[in-house]
Structure formats: C-alpha cells, structure tokens
Design a protein around this ligand. Structure first.
Ligand code: ARG
Length: 466
C-alpha cells in the first residue's frame, strides 16, 4: 500500500491524527468528485445555520456577516469555475468550510459549532432531492401537456386497441395519449408525497445525539423552507428513505416512459407506420440509406434500466445498516444524481417526441377495422337487439368470425344471408355497429374511448395543465 507521509493530517479533524491517509484511503473516502453537486444546498444550509447561531448569541454579528459574505464569495467562485476542489478535503462540506476559513480567518472556524457533517449532509441532500422533485414535477407536467394536446387533436381518430399485442377493439389515438397522462399524473403524485414526507430539517441533529448548545432548529428549518425540524436526531442523520422514495417514484415513472417509448418504436417501424418521427428525433443508418431509427425512444426505454438499478443499489446500501450514520451512506448520492439526470433527460426526450410525432390517421383507421376488431360490437348488438344471453352472443359471433376468416373478408363484408345462416334473427341493422367509427362512438361508459369522452377528458387536462 502506498503511504503518503508528506500528506498533512486532515485540517478539519486532524487533531488526533499524526499522519495523513494513504492514497488509497483518500480515494475510497473522498466524495468530492460527485458531492460537489450539493454546493448550493451546502451554502444555503450554512447561511441558515450561521444566522441562527448569531440570533442565539453564539456568533457575533461581525462573524456572522463575515461568514455570509464569505459564503457568497465562494458561491461566486464555484459558479465561475475558479474554485479549487481538493480531494484531500474529502467532501463538499469540508471543501467549502476550508475555503471559508482561507477567506475570512477565525470566523470561518466558528461555523461548525453545534452541527456535524452528519446532519449537514442529511440536510443538503434533502434540499437537493427537494429541488430535483420540483424540477421533475414541472417536466412531467410538460409531457402531460404535450400528450393532452395530441389527445385533444386526435380525440376522434380511431386506431386498433390491443391486448396481448393482438388487435382487440378500436380505440381512439387521443384515448391512447390520455392513458399516459393519467400514469404521469400519478407519477407526479408520488413525487408530491415524497416531498411532503421529506420536508423536515435534520439540521441541528448534529452527529447523532443532538447538541448541548441552545440552538433554534425551528428557525433553521423555516429559513430552509422546511415544514419543521425532524423529531429524532438518530433517525434524522441515519435514514435515507426520502431518497429511496424518490428513486421508487423515478423507477415507476421511468417504467411508464419506457412503455410509451416501446410503443413509439413499434408504431414507427416499417410494418406498422402508425406514426412518423421527424429528423429531430431519429437517426439514419451509416449503411442502410432507407433507415430512420427511433434512437431517442430506444434510449428512453433503456434508461429505465439504470433508474431501476439506482433504486436497487441504494436499497442494498441501506439494508442492515445499524443506527446511526455510517460511511456506507456516502454511497447514497451517485444513484440519486444519476437517476435524476436519466429521468429528466427521458422526460425531455418524451415531450419532444410526443410533440414531434405525426400520426398516420388513415393507416391507423384501416388497421382499427382489421382483425375482426368490431366482433365485440356484434356480440353486444345480439344482446341488445335480439336479447341473446351474452355467452350465446359470444358463440354466434365466434362462428361469424370463423365464416369471415374462411372467406378472407371482414365481418362487415359478410352478406345478411351469410349472417342469418348462423343466427336467423339477425337483421340489416347489424351493419350499423360494424364500422370502426360506430364502435368507438358507442363506448360512452365513463372512462371509455368514445370521441366525446376523450375530447372532454383532453379539455379537462388542458385546463388543469394550463
Ligand atoms: N461525505 C459524507 C457523506 O456523504 C459526509 C458525512 C461524513 N460524516 C462522517 N461522520 N464521516 O456521507
């Protein structure tokens, strides 16, 4: 193992350490490579903490002022890219604190009174996840809006509805778009739930036991936009369930996006051609000039893997950890950062694709009528008009489908005589329900696919999302 004897003992906790860490120790221990993302939250938390310390008389007004302007200066340095992040200082908390002391001297050393990195990181991370939730919630809303607009525009355009990816019954393209609006609305709801439970401040829980200083945790909580302080210091520094809830919401939403992405891939494949994506969301092939590949959709579909992986990774890190803080928990950040980025990108790509896609309504309408898609309408007609029990109607319809299939025609192409040879009671009125348009128009039950329902729902969403 390589020792680095020339390394100074860590300036923040080096009091009882004579030598510095080995290079490997430093590498495995340092989180600055990724937790620098927390710098804004760290500075926010420190400013709130310093203001509180000044209010209770633990910091002089001059020191508090020096800290506040020092932190502001550091924020400017980081923003400008001139801040020198140092691996030897381990993480974002110590990098910022060390720089503060560089800039303002003694006062900087007073900032860490009545807090620990354990409550500091728990606070910073909650603030980061909360900011991510707010950004992602807005992005989900935008995808919903894009879908609702498409839905409103195509409220009456029929397409084949599938079960088992086999043609089942005609639906409208608008209805299909709005199905995803519902899913994404629940995704938003999961984020809102997560935010509500997350929004309590760990700051002032200190290392694990609280502190003997007369701090005002309500004050820092309010300054940071939290609902209040967390109630148990051990819990506050040692749970990451808020990050896990965020990741499960992410995994479920990424799963939803992957289903739409998969449909987009299918719909723009050559045998389907239900939609067309422009050059903006496709790529060409270097060898096959005819190709137009839906790479964005494929990548949205694929990113689900890393988002789900992040959830499993953090669950595994947290599983079996004894209270309170353990360094294992430093591994909480990368999965969350990575999943949040993948999710945000997937949402942006999905919004883009939905706005970009042009449905081939004629082709979808043709396919909506193929594959005996209106067989259920025929069975329902037999029940409604001839008063057959549904099971008998199902049987009669099955025989008519077999007849049509043997002739290689659709149900609507059978003659009345052919129909009557199976069920003598059938009248010419049956043909009125065999068209795709009649089929979708008849699905007026609440939540059904009739164009009237779909337009109402689309308009409802457009108002909600406006
Ligand atoms: N970088 C650390 C983390 O992300 C900060 C907390 C360190 N606490 C400690 N007791 N070593 O978890």
């Amino acid at each position: 193992m390589t020792e680095t004897p020339d390394k100074q003992a860590n300036m923040q906790w080096g009091g009882r350490f004579a030598g510095g860490p080995s290079a490997i120790m430093q590498d495995i221990n340092a989180s600055i490579g990724f937790d620098r993302k927390l710098w804004r939250q760290d500075i926010r938390g420190s400013r709130a903490h310093a203001a509180m310390l000044a209010t209770i008389g633990l910091l002089s007004p001059e020191d508090e002022h020096a800290i506040a302007s020092g932190l502001e200066g550091i924020a400017a340095e980081i923003e400008a890219g001139t801040f020198a992040f140092d691996t030897a200082l381990e993480d974002i908390h110590m990098n910022i604190e060390a720089r503060l002391t560089d800039r303002i001297g003694e006062a900087g050393k007073r900032l860490h009174t009545a807090r620990s990195r354990n409550d500091q990181v728990a606070t910073d991370f909650r603030l980061w996840v909360r900011d991510a939730i707010d950004g992602l919630t807005a992005q989900i809303g935008d995808v919903m809006l894009a879908l609702a607009q498409k839905g409103a525009h195509h409220a009456a355009d029929p397409m084949p509805g599938f079960t088992h990816l086999q043609t089942a019954q005609p639906v409208t393209f608008g209805h299909h778009m709005l199905a995803y609006v519902e899913m994404l609305d629940r995704d938003r709801g999961r984020l809102a739930d997560c935010r509500r439970r997350l929004n309590f401040s760990p700051l002032g829980s200190a290392a694990l036991a609280g502190t003997s200083f007369p701090i005002d945790r309500h004050m820092t909580a309010a300054a940071l936009g939290f609902e209040g302080p967390t109630a148990n210091s051990l819990d506050a520094v040692s749970d990451r369930d808020f990050a896990l809830e965020f990741l499960s919401a992410a995994a479920i939403s990424a799963m939803h996006l992957s289903r739409l992405a998969e449909e987009i891939v299918i719909w723009c494949s050559a045998p389907y051609r239900f939609i067309r994506l422009s050059d903006a969301f496709t790529t060409g092939s270097s060898i096959m000039p005819q190709k137009r590949n839906p790479d964005a959709a494929e990548l949205v579909r694929a990113k689900t893997g890393r988002v789900t992986g992040a959830l499993v990774a953090l669950l595994t890190v947290m599983k079996g950890l004894p209270l309170a803080y353990a360094k294992d928990m430093q591994e909480d950040k990368e999965p969350v950062f990575d999943a949040a980025e993948a999710w945000a990108l997937s949402l942006a790509a999905t919004a883009g694709m939905v706005r970009d896609m042009v449905p081939n309504t004629d082709r979808m309408r043709d396919f909506a009528g193929s594959g005996f898609a209106t067989a259920t309408d025929l069975a329902d007609w037999l029940v409604r008009v001839l008063r057959l029990p549904f099971r008998s109607a199902h049987h009669v319809t099955g025989r008519l489908v077999a007849t049509a299939e043997a002739k290689g025609v659709d149900l609507a192409d059978l003659s009345l005589e052919e129909m009557q040879s199976v069920e003598p009671g059938i009248t010419a009125g049956v043909f009125s329900v065999l068209s795709v348009e009649a089929s979708v128009a008849s699905r007026t039950s609440y939540g059904g696919t009739s164009p009237k329902n779909v337009l109402e729902q689309a308009e409802h969403w457009l108002t909600v999302l406006a």
